[in-house]
Design a protein around this ligand. Structure first.
Ligand SMILES: [Zn+2]
Length: 310
C-alpha cells in the first residue's frame, strides 16, 4: 500500500492537517479551531481526531496507509517537547510523546517557522536549491533556515527566529520584550499599525477610500492606496520595504543562501514588494547579490508539507 504522512500545522487560532504523499503533494486537508483554553491534552485529542477524520474523508485507511505524523508548532522546540509557546499557553509540553500515544504513529515535532521554510524548500520557491531562508510576515515575523537541505535548529532549538533579530537598536517595543526587532517593523501587525496611524493623522489621504474604517485596515491597505497614487501610502510602503531590506540584507550577509523566501499575506503583492525590496537590499550587501529573493509559492500549505517531511 502507498504510504502517506500527515502534516499538522498547529497555530494559536487553527489546527490544519493534511495528508501528504511522497512527492510532497497534499492529497486532502482539513482544519479545526484551536481550543487553547482546553489545554495541551484537549489539543492533542483534537489533532488525533483531525488526522483520522481527514483520512476518512479522503478514503485513505489511517491504520495501514499513514506512516507517520509530523507537527509544526509555534515556540521553541527541543527533542519533541514544546519548551515554550505563549500563544498556545504551552510550557514544557511533551507534545510528540502525547501524540504518539493517541495516534499510534511515530510523531515528529518541529517549530512552525522551520516547517514552513522546509515546505518552501522542498517543493515551493526553493525547489531545486540547496539552501533557503524563509521570512514569513504575518501576525508576527517567522523564520526558518535550511542549509544543505537541513533545518538549522540551533543548539537549544531556538535558531531561525529572524523576527527577533534587531534592526534598530533601542527602537520600537516588540512583543518579545526587546526593542527594535524586525517583527516590530515588518509584521502585518506593524504595517497595519503604521497605516492606521497615518489615516488618523491624514484625514484627506486616499487610504480612506481603500478602507472606510481603521478597523478594516489590512496589510494590503497601504499597497492598494499606493496604487491609487496616495503619497502617504507610498511613504508607508517605502518605510516598510526599507526596514525589511535591513532584515533581508542581514540574512544574506550572514548566510548568503541561494533563496530568501518572503511569505505571509503581504508576499501576494509579488513584484510590487519584491522588486523595490531587492533594490534596497543590494546596497547593503558586502558581496554581489547571488541570492534569489522570491515570494513564497505555497501559502499556508508550506507549514503542512514541511511538518510532514521526514
Ligand atoms: Zn522581538
Amino acid at each position: 500500500m502507498r504510504k502517506y504522512r500527515i502534516g499538522v500545522d498547529l497555530g494559536g487560532t487553527n489546527i490544519a492537517a493534511g495528508i501528504v504523499d511522497e512527492e510532497f503533494s497534499i492529497v486532502k486537508k482539513a482544519s479545526v479551531k484551536t481550543d487553547v483554553a482546553g489545554g495541551a491534552e484537549k489539543i492533542c485529542r483534537d489533532i488525533d481526531s483531525l488526522c483520522r477524520s481527514v483520512c476518512a474523508e479522503a478514503g485513505i485507511p489511517y491504520e495501514e496507509a499513514i506512516a507517520a505524523v509530523g507537527v509544526g508548532s509555534p515556540g521553541i522546540i527541543r527533542d519533541g517537547v514544546v519548551i515554550n509557546a505563549d500563544n498556545l499557553r504551552f510550557s514544557g509540553v511533551p507534545l510528540a510523546a502525547m501524540l504518539e500515544k493517541l495516534t499510534g504513529k511515530p510523531v515528529s515535532l518541529r517549530n512552525d517557522g522551520n516547517a514552513a521554510a522546509y515546505g518552501e524548500f522542498a517543493t515551493g520557491c526553493g525547489k531545486g536549491h540547496s539552501s533557503l531562508v524563509a521570512i514569513t510576515l504575518g501576525t508576527g515575523v517567522g523564520g526558518g533556515i535550511i542549509i544543505n537541505g537541513k533545518i538549522i535548529e540551533g543548539s537549544g532549538g531556538g535558531a531561525g527566529e529572524l523576527g527577533h533579530t534587531v534592526i534598530r537598536a533601542g527602537g520600537r517595543k516588540c512583543v518579545c520584550g526587546k526593542t527594535g526587532c524586525l517583527e516590530a517593523y515588518c509584521s502585518a501587525t506593524a504595517l497595519i499599525k503604521s497605516t492606521v496611524r497615518a489615516m488618523q493623522n491624514n484625514p484627506d489621504s486616499l487610504i480612506w477610500q481603500v478602507s472606510r474604517s481603521t478597523s478594516l485596515v489590512s496589510g494590503r491597505t497601504a499597497f492598494d492606496a499606493m496604487r491609487l497614487g496616495d503619497p502617504i501610502a507610498s511613504g508607508i510602503v517605502a518605510a516598510f520595504v526599507s526596514d525589511l531590506a535591513v532584515g533581508v540584507s542581514n540574512v544574506i550577509n550572514l548566510l548568503q543562501p541561494e533563496v530568501v523566501c518572503i511569505g505571509g499575506g503581504i508576499s501576494h503583492e509579488g513584484d510590487t514588494l519584491i522588486s523595490p525590496l531587492t533594490d534596497a537590499v543590494i546596497p547593503m550587501l558586502c558581496a554581489p547579490l547571488a541570492t534569489k529573493i522570491l515570494p513564497a509559492a505555497l501559502g499556508n500549505d508550506a507549514g503542512i508539507i514541511g511538518a510532514a517531511a521526514e
